[in-house]
Ligand binder design. Sequence first.
Ligand SMILES: [Zn+2]
Length: 328
Amino acid sequence: MAAELIDAARKQQEKVQGKSMRCKKSHGEARMAYVSQVVDLEFVQDFVRMCDGGWQQGWHERNGGNASYRLAEEDIAAVKACLGVGGHAIGFAASDESSGLEAVAGEWIALEVCEPFLAHEWLLITATGSYMQNVVRLPEQCLGLIELNEQGDAYRVVWGFEGGGRPTSEVSSHVMIHSVKSRATEGASRVLYHCHPTVVNALCLALPHDAREWTRTLWKTMTECMVVFPEGIGMVSCHVPGSLDLARETAVAMEGHNAAIWAHHGLCVTGGTCDEAFGLAHVVVKAAQIYESACAMCAGPSFRQQISDEDLLRIAQTFGLTPNPKYL
Ligand SMILES: [Zn+2]
């Protein structure tokens, strides 16, 4: 479905621009040959679907939100095959077969962080200033692939960001959080997704900025919450968007959580797959909506009844989960 949408969008774009995309870049046909294939890779399509899902939920006003996916080895191999580097050349001109990554990669650009644990890792990441609503229509502009260097303190673009774009201003946060989560999960965590759900920011006005308070409030709205996030929700205080302070505090919060609230800003989640990360965001937002609705019905948080601590423990035990002892 995503591929069809992307294909339809690309044809429409060509029509509107009144010229063939094959002539758009100096790389000419060879560039177009790999662009279409990178977009069609399954991990890229999953990512596009996640971005579009957030837009459809109303979590991404203007250019709000960003996301990244840390590629698996097989993903990198597939991209190299599409790019015609590293000994592969699917659909690529014969004269380009021998060219290395240097032939397609940009200059090295310094990061504000140093994460050698992520040496040579690749991230698929949203572009700065891009609108989530446009990702499905213009993936080559709104997304890009970056490779980190040996020291984990610089990156270079290997695909995407067409039209002169660059990674989200939160790129240093993404690198730092991926490093923390990769270590904490023995490499299982790959997706970082950040969005601005209305109800989350409304609750930032109403609830104290305290991880225990948020976790218990959400756990007690519906039984699914304990099953989906038994480790609870982290809380990050109000910081300048894109700042290193925000990155550092989030990295600490994410060591023990897969979701964190950015006070007066939004929600940040991680997961092994796009479905897992997006699903977690969806559950957090739904729980917050239930709490908001119940407050409206009861003229405040004085509910007739709610899930007890004993109920929460029973749910966790039944599913073989260990609730975070800080919160229960
Ligand atoms: Zn944001």
